[in-house]
Design a protein around this ligand. Structure first.
Ligand code: AMP
Length: 280
């Protein structure tokens, strides 16, 4: 496995792979890798000949009051995991390598990035789209693999690929959970033992949605009330949002149907957790 720090070297290697007729997948991450990230690498392996994992805590997707500086990092462990999963290349740029000091072109998405997480993080998805687009260009990727844990991010990226006629294929990967149901996240390390226990209310609330869907109870309002009630009675849980939306348009739905995304964001102390379930 190779590790590279510069855009130029990554693009040169990717060009040489394309010259050999190989298909390239990019798995963008912010590092501190866990089983969720590794499942993306496995998914990439099934779809492509060469896998590039990027590890970059992207400053443009954090607001000044957010956890950019505190975001957990462990480069050595991450590289060992990528190697064990059979990644071909890990791209580890610095912010200065990624962004010219006088960079002046960015992205504006006017719809999907404005709802859900976009309400409390109004500049977040602009930063995500910018870095993802740059990574697609640098790595010459034919395939981009993204986790459904960040379902809004997936929807926004798919919209970018559609609206800008980008040639690459976006491949979603299912949410990987801890044995007790908590969705894996690099940010889970911020949780105190009590918060970690209380955070299980997210999964329990989503269980209500899955049970309602299975039993044919498709009215959204009472379901969201029940989910809200369950989370509100959990110590330390502060709801940011709970919603049921179409997974592609992110428009709210009054009646559950296939492809409805039931999603929530809840704060425990300073830690904001997101989770969701896609009704099939
Ligand atoms: P991050 O490092 O948090 O920016 O995540 C990088 C990629 O891993 C994104 O596509 C995430 O959606 C995905 N990811 C993070 N956590 C999980 C998880 N528990 N299950 C599946 N994918 C995940």
């Amino acid at each position: 496995m190779k590790t590279l720090n510069t855009k130029k070297e990554v693009s040169a290697l990717a060009d040489s792979w394309h010259a050999e007729g190989l298909r390239i997948a990019i798995v963008p991450t912010m590092g501190f890798l866990h089983e969720g990230h590794l499942s993306l690498i496995r998914k990439a392996r099934a779809k492509a000949d060469r896998i590039i994992v990027s590890i970059f805590v992207n400053p443009t997707q954090f607001a000044p009051n957010e956890d950019f500086a505190a975001y957990p990092r462990n480069e050595k462990a991450d590289l060992a995991l990528c190697e064990a999963e059979g990644a071909d290349l890990v791209f580890l740029p610095t912010p200065d390598e990624m962004y010219a000091p006088d960079a002046s072109v960015g992205f504006t998405e006017t719809k999907l990035s404005k709802v859900m997480c976009g309400k409390s993080r109004p500049t977040h998805f602009q930063g995500v789209l910018l870095v993802v687009n740059k990574l697609f260009n640098i790595t010459r990727a034919d395939i981009g693999v993204f986790g459904m844990k960040d379902a809004q991010q997936l929807a926004v990226i798919r919209r970018m690929v559609r609206d800008l006629d980008m040639a690459l294929e976006i491949v979603p990967a299912p949410i990987v959970r801890e044995p007790d149901g908590l969705a894996m996240s690099s940010r889970n390390v911020y949780l105190s033992p009590a918060e970690r226990r209380n955070a299980l209310c997210l999964r329990r609330a989503l269980d209500l949605a899955e049970a309602a869907w299975r039993s044919g109870d498709t009215s959204t309002a009472p379901l969201l009330d029940a989910m809200r009630g369950l989370i509100e009675k959990t110590p330390g849980a502060g709801i940011d949002y709970i919603t049921a939306v179409d997974a592609d348009t992110l428009e709210e739905v009054e009646v559950l149907r296939r492809n409805t995304l039931v999603a929530l964001a809840v704060k425990f102390g300073k830690t904001r957790l997101i989770d969701n379930t896609l009704l099939k």
